[in-house]
Design a protein around this ligand. Structure first.
Ligand code: ADP
Ligand code: MG
Length: 474
């Protein structure tokens, strides 16, 4: 998928209003009925039609009329919403080249106003797993209630929360800067993934440091679960930094021992093969903690004294709950069948409310969406003004320095603040439209499908993200 942020420059306030409307509609609909988009965005008559056409042209939305007339966000559309929020918060001002393509993420450089380069990770949960089952049609019938938007957001929130907690406990991880939707901003690690390193001055020491990290994390009650040469960065001074945390689990997990042993095994295997290390002797003290090892020098899971409550207390405090953990685990462990519904922009959509049947929950959803819409609109205008101000006068443009503890909660806070400047006129208008939509939903579905039929000619975009050569700001 191409991330051409230049288009951001040309998107208007109305474009973002409609994009946000589709995002909000997706809380209850896999495909958001056109009528609902119209109603949430509440542009003046016919306004939404033009905007939708523009958003389709930029591939920020996908049009679907297979069951009824509607839209959903593409990854790119979701990227733009997250990027714009970050820019409005003053987290960064420009997006640069792509520096990594993970299994389920794309990583870009971004630059702050003072020229500091950070890393932006855009989560794409469901991408690989969906591809793996794309040809197996049977699976497509067994859809679960998760969609990629929700899962990618959870993955980002989890990664941000874990990175922050690990950092606070002195683990060598990137500095967690901010998080919004499926996007995590962190410090850029100077170095290379261990997989690219052919020689080390001190392989024994690096090895022990790395095994020491696995043990120390376990003592804090955590297992990385994907601890290997791809997720360990190393710099010229052979300093190690761990990355990639969305799959971490607690030491209480039912498969904890298997995950722990697997992480340890990956490191042993890699160092044996790449650096010819032999492990007859037990490793010495690891990072200050003495741990029992078996005859081959591998630390024993059973001998690790677990810290208490690290995962539950600290992570819940940063906004990542046990329920979130369960949801994401279900997806990660759920196997191929369950992955089938996590659609991406090339896929068919998953089944969540995807039928043309608009039921009671849709009607209730309309109410809550309107409320949120009102908040979003106010904040949106506010943010728009701020970003314009920043563009015009970059010296005086305010950079937000405080890092919110919990990204979603802080969004809500912002929204609530702006809600106080309640626009009575807007509320009245929304209520009126709300009633109209509810009436039209109750009165039958035909009207939803009959208006504004669009054709998305560029529906499926190229999978490979193009590396942007130049930093481009806006
Ligand atoms: P995935 O979860 O998709 O595997 P990762 O977090 O492992 O994604 O990132 C993929 C690649 O991107 C890494 O192997 C690394 O090369 C690069 N990368 C990720 N985060 C950073 C960072 N903070 N600084 C520098 N490079 C990074
Ligand atoms: Mg990785």
């Amino acid at each position: 998928m191409k991330l051409d942020v230049n288009a951001l420059r040309y998107l208007s306030k109305d474009d973002f209003r409609v994009l946000t409307a589709v995002e909000m509609g997706m809380r209850n609909h896999e495909i958001v009925p056109t009528e609902l988009v119209n109603s949430i965005s509440s542009l003046k008559h016919g306004g939404t039609y033009k905007v939708l056409k523009n958003l389709l042209k930029h591939k920020l939305l996908h049009h679907d009329s297979s069951k009824y007339d509607g839209f959903r966000l593409t990854y790119l559309g979701y990227d733009f919403l997250a990027i714009k929020t970050m820019v409005n918060r003053g987290v960064f001002v420009a997006v640069g080249r792509q520096i990594g393509v993970g299994k389920e993420s794309d990583i870009f450089e971004v630059a702050t106003e003072d020229g500091t380069v950070l890393a932006m990770k855009l989560h794409r949960l469901g991408r690989v797993s969906f591809r793996a089952v794309k040809s197996k049609r049977d699976y497509l019938r067994h859809r679960t209630s998760y969609n990629w938007l929700y899962l990618s957001r959870l993955a980002a929130l989890k990664e941000f929360a874990f990175m922050k907690a690990l950092e606070e406990h002195g683990f060598p991880v990137p500095h967690a800067v901010d998080c919004n939707r499926h996007c995590v901003i962190m410090s850029l690690v100077q170095g290379y993934p261990l997989v690219q390193v052919k020689q080390l001055q001190n392989p024994d020491m690096v090895f022990e440091r790395i095994i020491g990290l696995v043990v120390r994390m376990a003592e804090h009650g955590l297992i990385h679960c994907d601890f290997n040469e791809f997720n360990i960065m190393i710099d010229d001074d052979e300093k190690v930094t761990m990355i990639d945390f969305p799959q971490m689990v607690s030491m209480d997990h039912r498969n904890a021992q298997m995950y722990f042993d697997r992480d340890v095994e990956c490191i042993f295997k890699f160092f044996r093969k790449r650096f010819n290390l032999s492990f007859e002797e037990s490793p010495d003290e690891n990072d200050g903690s003495e741990v029992d090892t078996d005859e081959s020098g591998r630390p024993r899971f059973s001998s690790i004294a677990k810290g208490v409550g690290f995962l539950d207390k600290e992570l819940a405090a940063s906004g990542f709950t046990r329920k979130d953990q369960e949801d994401i685990e279900k997806f990660i462990e759920g196997g191929i069948e369950k992955d089938a519904d996590s659609s991406d922009e090339e896929s068919e959509d998953g089944g969540r409310n995807s039928d043309s049947e608009l039921n009671k929950s849709d009607i209730n959803g309309v109410d809550s969406l309107h409320l949120l819409d009102q908040q979003e609109q106010t904040i949106h205008c506010d943010e728009e003004a701020r970003v314009e101000e920043n563009q015009e006068n970059s010296e005086t443009g305010q950079s937000q320095t405080s890092v919110p503890e919990c990204p979603d909660a802080s969004d809500k806070e912002e929204e609530n603040q702006t809600m106080n400047n309640n626009d009575a006129e807007l509320t009245k208008r929304l209520r009126k439209q709300n009633r109209r939509v509810i009436a039209s939903v109750r009165g039958g579905r035909k009207s939803l499908a009959s208006r504004n039929s669009y054709k998305d000619k560029g529906g499926s975009s190229s999978r490979n993200s193009k590396i942007q050569k130049q930093m481009s700001g806006w």
